[in-house]
Ligand binder design. Sequence first.
Ligand code: PLP
Length: 399
Amino acid sequence: MIYLDHAAATPVSKKVFEAMVPYFSTDFFNPSAAYLPAKKVAHDYTEAKGVIAHAIGAKASDLIITAGATEANNLAFTSLTVDSAFFGHTQGRSAKPMFLKKQNPTVLYLITEHDSVRHVAERYGGEAIRVLPSGIIDLADLRSKITDETELISVSLANNELGTIQPLAEVARIIRDVKIDRMKRGIKTQLLLHSDASQALNLLDINVARLGVDLLTINAAKIYGPKGVGALYVSHDARLKPLTFGGGQENGLRSGTENVPGVIGFAKAVELAKEHLNGNRKKYANWRKVLLSELQGYELINKKHMLDNFIVLCYNGIDAERLVFLLEEQGVYVATGAACAASKGVKSHVLKAVGLSDEQIAGSLRLTLGETNTEEQIHQVTQIINKIIKNEYFRIKQS
Ligand code: PLP
């Protein structure tokens, strides 16, 4: 098997798995219990949170552990002072807010955000910020859309379909200027910056202060940790509301018995990610170059400012879904656009936003490198892809 879909899922690494095991069996205690072994579990849990927090320049008490990035993203939106119920909305996946009262949107979000940001933002009547053809945020569009009512701006650190890295520090600078201006005019409305860094934790050196974010989503599942574990960093300026109510765990914001093995695994994955960050970046950047030089007949979609492990190619006139199937027959696993968008048969909103035609979108393939890959596989896969593409173009010509 040659697995080139690490943006969709990563296997739990052996060291992560081994670190988790005791917390399923011998150290199974509820961290809230009063006896000594439970207190040790509570201590280990907090220490693990500290390791995760430290990796982004934060403290354990700044993190709310969630069941993955989707929940962390949803939680971030509770920082809004308005309630979504105020708007009312239609039900279902394509839920659209129905404004009861016309007003400026309080939420701005990047048009290329993952659905777990986009769909929540839409429920709050959010307005999308455009991207440039490079996939990078159009800062002029952002500036023009901020009003005195804007409370929250959500811009991912790295996109999950293109790997595009956003200039968050510049976004934070714009926000700071707006806040200074608001202060001078006596406007007290909050203005927070949220960023979904799900794809970036093992590929970028992240520091919340340097980025200037108030809320940051991270995800264990994308960094060789367990699925269903994530966290939201919350700065002192942000006031959140609980999504669930109960025992009051996680500062009262996320009730429910702590997922101790999950968090222990997340911490180990973070530790390993930090240890291998520079080495892996260099390795993936080098493999990316090899792939781009050995592959034939493609158009490169993500050309700059992307995570080192992302390669998005377009084979004009070829059906990428058929390519995925043909590659699978050869033991190669890749994705077309976002894995989740593709599985629903929906055209990628990200590829549309960067200006690709329907034909280009239909022919787009996403390869994401990772720790399961070897240099030998990179050479092997270029031969496999080139052969399939050649056959496909021949088949199309004949028909
Ligand atoms: N945000 C981004 C950028 C992602 O890539 C993903 C997963 O694909 C998510 C959020 C959702 O993560 P989860 O499914 O673990 O909740």
